[in-house]
Design a binder for this molecule. Structure first.
Ligand code: MCA
Ligand code: AMP
Length: 506
């Protein structure tokens, strides 16, 4: 097995002067230039004392240098730990405390906010979007490191935090084998090659933007049109010279709002991929009507990388996520007994294969509870396999809201709300949202005769939770609906408020 870093080096040797990154208004970065940055970064990390197994936590703006840092961490045998730029101080405190990284890298603009984290055990470095910051300075003066720490398939490559049902985030530990095997499977399934030009407008701190999009381009030798943010008009402008777009469903909802999305403007594109949340079947059909092309929907999870995909050749079915990727097994089991179910019946989706993570960082019991004895991982998604062999996701067994492709675990938001003065209790739900798929919504019960202001409650969360986790709306209620067991009936709340965001523009 070759690690993603090794595959990148091999590709860079072959392609040298070819652009790896193209950015509007900025100079291209070739494969050879990228290799130089990676090797200098690896030199800097080594000089800073990073040794195999050390975590390097990174909360920085999207840039080619941030990708170089990822590759350099893999090169020195470290464990890359990317963090959403929206996370607030208290959220970062938890991740740093839990993962005990050797280095925390942040944006130079917020260095002062994180200076207090520095200790004998933890260095604080900076990396800015314009190749600036202390880490870049160190890389420029470092001796480039050309050798690499040998890593096998079961060696750890990354930790990605995913929120938990208990409110405590869990660090999913991914191995080199997970990343390499999944990238290889996707390259084959989506016929992705060095001839591709990928519009990369996703964030690079999650699986979709980093382990799907970037890993594929780095390995195949494709060029990435690297954008810091998704803007549908800009994406359409770029399509005449690009071949592939990978996005969350919100990308497609927003593209469909533009009159400029036509057969002509998309004529050079060969593939549109959607994932991270359900793509509306109506968007799938509307997209085909407008462009003549069917969006390819796939299904994945932080813990498992990509699991299933609609076929490249063959029917891409709206509302279905396709078949298991090569080497991966999917089964559907009974929610109560865990027994495998025949095709056509809805149950828990379970998965096994080289894509499935090692476990949660420092959480052996939690890890054990999410695996079956025969090694299948319980995704928490509900679905069925149809007569046609396609997997369809019908819902979630886990209490999770997906807003614009970002996961929000209600428990975390409820705990933050319940801690506010005057709040007796709360229930956080996802309601259909025309732009984000689901809108995070809180139903709050005041304590006694406390008078609560929904906007003030939202404002009170602003420095505690990342913006995408904050409720878009807060609804006040006298009580929460409960069943005889005392469990809050979220389905009833979702039904009662189903049209809250109807007509909301964005
Ligand atoms: C931004 N905001 C959001 C979201 N994004 N609120 C809720 N949900 C969101 N996803 C906030 C902003 O802070 C801002 O708040 C307001 O909403 C409007 O922002 P806007 O300009 O519309 O946002 P944007 O910058 O255009 O971002 C929307 C987006 C973005 C393009 C959908 O969220 C995005 O790139 N999402 C992709 C997430 C992703 O990569 N997921 C993959 C996870 P205010 O105005 O109040 O300040 S990996 C995964 O799930 C698995 C493995 C898989 O299968 O891929
Ligand atoms: P994350 O924890 O961010 O990795 O999100 C993974 C979750 O996103 C999965 O467990 C699913 O619930 C959801 N997801 C990803 N892709 C799809 C898809 N194509 N359709 C429906 N849900 C999806």
């Amino acid at each position: 097995m070759q690690t993603i870093h090794e595959q990148f080096i091999q590709t860079a040797e072959l392609l040298e002067g070819k652009p790896l990154f193209q950015r509007p208004g900025k100079p291209d970065i070739s494969f050879a230039q990228m290799r130089d940055i990676v090797e200098r970064m690896a030199g800097a990390l080594t000089e800073m004392g990073v040794t195999p197994g050390d975590r390097v936590a990174v909360q920085v703006e999207k840039s080619p240098e941030a990708i170089a840092l990822y590759l350099a961490v893999l090169q020195v045998g470290g464990i890359f730990l990317p963090l959403n730029t929206a996370y607030t101080g208290p959220e970062i405190d938890y991740f740093v405390g839990d993962a005990s990284p050797r280095i925390f890298v942040c944006d130079p603009a917020v260095a002062a906010d994180h200076a207090h984290r520095a200790s004998d055990a933890l260095r604080v470095e900076t990396l800015g979007p314009d190749a600036d910051g202390t880490l870049m300075d160190a890389a420029r003066s470092a001796t480039p490191r050309e050798d690499r720490v040998e890593c096998g398939p079961s060696d750890r490559a990354a930790i990605l935090y995913t929120s938990g049902t208990t409110g405590r985030s869990k660090g999913a530990v991914l191995t080199h084998g997970n990343l390499t095997s999944n990238t290889e499977a996707l390259l084959e399934c989506w016929r992705f090659t060095a001839d591709d030009r990928l519009i990369h407008a996703l964030p690079i701190f999650h699986t979709h933007g980093l382990f799907v999009a970037a890993n594929m381009a780095l390995t195949a030798g494709a060029t990435m049109v690297f954008l810091t943010k998704f803007d549908p008009e800009q994406a359409i402008d770029l399509m005449d010279r690009a071949t592939v777009l990978m996005g969350v469903p919100t990308f497609y909802t927003r593209l469909l709002k533009s009159d400029r999305l036509t057969r002509e403007t998309t004529a050079n594109m060969r593939l549109f991929v959607s994932g991270s949340a359900p793509l509306l079947a109506e968007d799938h059909r509307a997209f085909e009507e407008r462009t003549g092309m069917k969006i390819l929907e796939r299904y994945g999870m932080t813990e498992t990388c990509m699991i299933a995909s609609n076929p490249y050749e063959g029917d891409r079915i709206p509302g279905a996520v396709g078949m298991a990727l090569p080497g991966i097994a999917i089964r559907v089991t009974d929610r109560e007994t865990g027994a495998p179910l025949p095709d056509g019946q809805i149950g828990l989706i379970e998965v096994k294969g080289p894509n499935v993570f090692e476990g949660y960082w420092n959480m052996p019991e939690k890890t054990a509870s999410e695996f079956r004895e025969d090694g299948f991982f319980i995704t928490g998604d509900l679905g069925l396999i149809g007569d046609d062999g396609y997997l369809r996701i019908s819902g979630r067994d886990k209490d999770l809201v997906i807003s614009g492709g970002y996961n929000v675990y209600p428990k975390e938001v409820e705990e933050a709300l319940d801690a506010l003065p005057g709040v007796l209790e709360s229930a956080v739900i996802g309601l259909p949202h025309p732009d984000l798929g689901e809108g995070v919504t809180a139903v709050v019960v005041p304590k006694g005769d406390a008078s609560l202001d929904p906007e003030a409650l939202r404002a009170a969360l602003s420095d505690k939770l990342a913006r995408f986790k904050q409720p878009k709306r807060v609804i006040l209620a006298d009580a929460l609906p409960r069943n005889v067991m005392g469990k809050v009936q979220k389905a009833e709340l979702r039904r009662n408020h189903a049209t809250l965001y109807a007509g909301v523009d964005a």
